[in-house]
Design a binder for this molecule. Structure first.
Ligand code: NAD
Ligand code: ZN
Length: 345
C-alpha cells in the first residue's frame, strides 16, 4: 500500500519549523521534514489500485483509509490507521524507514517527508488531483491553506453577517480569514504580535487589527469592548498557548465558538475557568480543517481551477531546494507567507 513520489514542489509550514526545533514531540532525528508538497507518482507498491505512475498528487500528513469508523463518519477526518502521528518515524507496514544514509536509517516525518526529491508514502496519504492543476501553486493546499479554510468553513461555521477573530495571520490564519470572508462574515478581526502582517492581511478580507503588545489589558478584553461582549467565532492559528486561551475567552457567551488550529508545545496546558464553558461557549479543535484528504482535496483543487479560490496571494517567495534554509529564515522572521521550494534547483 505504498507509493513512491517524485516531489516537484514543496513549501514550508510552521509545523516543520516547530518539529525541527523539537518543540512538539520527543526529538526524533535524523529525520526528513516537509509535508506541504505536490508531486507525481513514480511507482506503486503491492495492493495499490487508486493511483498509478504519472498521476499528479498532493501528499497529506493525515490520511484516509476509507474503511475505519472515522473515515465512514461524516463528522471526522481522524482516520484510525493514518491520522497524524508526529512520533512515528517509520512506515506502518513494517515499522521501517525507506530512507537511509551509509546503512543507517533516516526517520520519516508525519508520513510525508517531502524535503526530498523522492519519498515513499502510504497510498491513504495521497490525494490524486487534476493533472492540469499547476503543482507549484496547488501544493500549498496539501496543508496550510486547506487547514485554515476548513477550520472556518467546516468547524467554526460562522453564520452570514457574523464577527470572526483570527489569531495569527500567517498562511493558515489568513486562509481562515478567507474562509470567514467566503462565509459572509461582516467583521474579521486579525490578531497578531507582528504588525507587519496587517497590511498584507487586508488582501484576505481582514477588516480590523489588534496587536496584543499595544494594549495593557488582555486581548480578550480588548476584543470584548470592540464587539459588545465578544466575537461570534474565533480561530486560533499561532500554536501559542496564551493565544489559544485568549481566542477561547474572546468568544461571546451564549453562542460563541472557538477553534484551535495551532500545534501546541508538548508541555502546554489549556487553562480557563469552567464558568467560561458553562456560559455556553464552545471550544473545538481541528487537524487539516476537518477535510478528508483523499475525498475532499480534489474538489478544493477544482475551486482553484475555477478561480473561486486564489492561491497566488499566499505565495510570497520561491527558492531552489539548495536554498531551503532561506525559507526557514523567512518564516522565523515573519517575512511573507508561503515560500515555494523547487526541487529541481
Ligand atoms: P506562521 O508562522 O506563518 O504564522 C503564525 C503567526 O502567528 C505569525 O504571524 C505570528 O506572528 C503569530 N503569532 C505568534 N504568537 C502569537 C500570539 N501569542 N498572538 C498572536 N499572534 C501570534 O505559521 P503558519 O504556517 O500559518 O501556521 C500557524 C499554526 O498552525 C502553527 O502552529 C502550525 O503548526 C499550525 N498548523 C496546524 C495544522 C492543523 O492541521 N491543525 C496544519 C498546519 C499548521
Ligand atoms: Zn502544515
Amino acid at each position: 500500500m505504498e507509493v513512491r513520489l517524485k516531489i516537484l514542489y514543496t513549501s514550508l509550514c510552521h509545523t516543520d519549523v516547530f518539529f525541527w526545533e523539537a518543540k512538539g514531540q520527543n526529538p526524533l532525528f535524523p529525520r526528513i521534514l516537509g509535508h506541504e508538497a505536490g508531486g507525481i507518482v513514480e511507482s506503486i507498491g503491492e495492493g495499490v489500485t487508486d493511483v498509478e505512475p504519472g498521476d499528479h498528487v498532493l501528499p497529506v500528513f493525515t490520511g484516509e483509509c476509507k474503511e475505519c469508523v472515522h473515515c465512514k463518519s461524516e463528522e471526522s477526518n481522524m482516520c484510525n490507521l493514518l491520522r497524524i502521528n508526529t512520533d512515528r518515524g517509520v512506515m506502518i507496514h513494517d515499522e521501517k524507514s525507506r530512507f537511509s544514509i551509509n546503512g543507517k536509517p533516516i526517520f520519516h516525518f508525519v508520513g510525508t517527508s517531502t524535503f526530498s526529491e523522492y519519498t515513499v508514502v502510504h497510498v491513504g496519504c495521497v490525494a490524486k488531483i487534476n493533472p492540469l492543476a499547476p503543482l507549484d501553486k496547488v501544493c500549498v493546499l496539501s496543508c496550510g491553506i486547506s487547514t485554515g479554510l476548513g477550520a472556518t468553513l467546516n468547524v467554526a461555521k460562522p453564520p452570514k453577517g457574523s464577527t470572526v477573530a483570527v489569531f495569527g495571520l500567517g498562511a493558515v490564519g489568513l486562509a481562515a480569514a478567507e474562509g470567514a470572508r467566503i462565509a459572509g462574515a461582516s467583521r474579521i478581526i486579525g490578531v497578531d504580535l507582528n504588525s507587519n502582517r496587517f497590511e498584507l492581511a487586508k488582501k484576505f478580507g481582514v477588516t480590523e487589527f489588534v496587536n496584543p503588545k499595544e494594549h495593557n489589558k488582555p486581548v480578550q478584553e480588548v476584543i470584548a469592548e470592540m464587539t459588545d461582549g465578544g466575537v461570534d467565532r474565533s480561530i486560533e492559528c499561532t500554536g501559542h498557548i496564551d493565544a489559544m486561551i485568549s481566542a477561547f475567552e474572546s468568544v461571546h457567551d451564549g453562542w460563541g465558538v472557538a477553534v484551535l488550529v495551532g500545534v501546541p508545545t508538548k508541555d502546554a496546558v489549556f487553562k480557563t475557568h469552567p464558568i467560561n464553558l458553562l456560559n455556553e461557549r464552545t471550544l473545538k479543535g481541528t487537524f487539516f480543517g476537518n477535510y478528508k484528504p483523499r475525498s475532499d482535496l480534489p474538489s478544493i483543487v477544482e475551486k482553484y481551477m475555477n478561480k473561486e479560490l486564489e492561491l497566488e496571494k499566499f505565495i510570497t517567495h520561491e527558492v531552489p531546494f539548495t536554498e531551503i534554509n532561506k525559507a526557514f529564515d523567512y518564516m522565523l522572521k515573519g517575512d511573507g507567507l508561503r515560500c515555494i521550494i523547487r526541487m529541481d534547483g
